[in-house]
Design a protein around this ligand. Structure first.
Ligand code: FES
Length: 108
């Protein structure tokens, strides 16, 4: 894996159970913290393009604010209709108090 990580935020910017959106290069990335782990997904629903960063977390899923599709933030897989296509996920690394994200698309 190549080193394409960029510093995006501090851990304190993404409290437990929250979703925050950041611009990483040309990508809008929704960062969330669940059970002390950080996850990053595209801020774009695969169903009709709604901003997922405005959605809510349910366990390890993010729920789209428009039609309530859900996606697993670990894999990007759609877990609830009406979405059927996955969303991109991105690697997150914690380095000290900072969160670094690679917008290189994951293959999972
Ligand atoms: S736009 Fe997300 S479920 Fe329709």
């Amino acid at each position: 894996m190549t080193e394409n990580f960029v510093k995006v935020a501090s851990k304190a910017d993404v409290p437990e159970g929250s979703v925050k959106v950041f611009t990483v290069g040309s990508h809008q990335v929704a960062l969330c913290q669940i059970e002390h782990d950080f996850f990053a997904v595209a801020d774009l629903c695969s169903h009709d393009g709604a901003p997922l960063g405005e959605g809510e977390l349910v366990d390890h899923q993010i729920e789209c604010p428009r039609h309530a599709a859900r996606f697993d933030v670990r894999s990007g897989k759609a877990t609830c209709l009406p979405a059927v296509l996955p969303i991109p996920t991105y690697q997150v690394e914690t380095r000290g108090d900072d969160l670094w994200v690679s917008v290189q698309k994951q293959t999972n």
